[in-house]
Design a protein. Structure first.
Length: 268
């Protein structure tokens, strides 16, 4: 199964974070254990996920599984919880017995809330006990509902966020640059974004590499590709590549092949 081309979201429950954290956390999710989803879950193994530069907590409530990261395979034991950055292609080998609670941060969001810079975990699988208290992880794994798990982790993250106070200057600038790029309909190149933020191209590159671990050009390309491909899959007939900053359909198709390794004609 390939992320975006096939809608993996339909086998998960999702919740959007509270207003104070919504700029830094994309979502909370958990495997849907409802019996009506069991047959559907069998279809999704393995799951190939594309780069997004989003730090992600995987709290394991179920069986062990494998994660392929770059050229390495990692075995995640039952009860073991991990953090990965998703800076490259990641494949998670799922089982029908999977039950995983997930916290997916926006780029730079983990550092804003927890003070942990994501650049330090490029190409790594980190044991989550290095980031979160063991007691919190134990409580999340108790026989409670998805909503209760969200409340537990969100209360903890919100408390830490409030104590940390103002954002780091670098993170502020990077978040504003990403917001400017999105607001333009993903039409601007790096130099134009820098110009609108009243900084130099050298500065915007330094800030993105400091906060995200990638150049603004690389990150904007991934952001545009993910959004455009999602739009294409959701509504092929009304898809307009120019709405995402592409010159035409051919330009979009070439970018998606580079991004995913797959041709769009396979999914028409």
């Amino acid at each position: 199964m390939v992320e975006i081309f096939q809608n993996i979201r339909k086998i998960y429950k999702f919740k959007i974070p509270c207003g104070e954290l919504v700029n830094y956390i994309e979502f909370y999710s958990q495997s849907n254990s409802d019996c009506s989803f069991q047959g559907m879950r069998n279809e999704f193994s393995p799951v190939k996920m594309f780069p997004s530069w989003t730090p992600t907590f995987y709290i394991n409530l179920g069986a062990p599984y494998y994660i392929d990261l770059k050229d390495s395979r990692f075995y995640v034991k039952k009860g073991e919880d991990v953090l990965i950055l998703r800076n490259g292609d990641v494949t998670r080998h799922k089982l029908p017995t999977d039950n995983i609670f997930t916290v997916k941060f926006n780029p730079g969001g983990m550092e804003t809330i927890l003070g942990f810079n994501q650049v330090s975990i490029i190409d790594q699988v980190i044991n989550l006990t290095q980031i979160l208290p063991s007691e919190l992880l134990r409580k999340i794994k108790q026989s409670i509902s998805f909503e209760e798990r969200v409340e537990l982790i969100e209360s903890y993250l919100l408390e830490i966020f409030v104590k940390r106070g103002d954002q780091d200057h670098y993170i502020n600038i990077v978040n504003n640059c990403i917001g400017e790029y999105r607001a333009s309909g993903m039409q601007l190149n790096t130099s134009k974004v820098a110009e609108r933020m009243f900084i130099t191209s050298k500065t915007i590159n330094r800030y993105f590499n400091r906060v995200i671990g990638a150049s603004p050009k690389s990150y904007f390309s991934i952001l545009r590709g993910r959004n455009a491909l999602t739009g294409f899959i959701n509504d092929k007939e009304n898809f307009i590549p120019m709405s995402y900053g592409y010159y035409d359909l051919s330009h979009f198709h070439k970018d998606i092949v580079n991004f995913t390794g797959q041709r769009l004609t396979k999914h028409l």
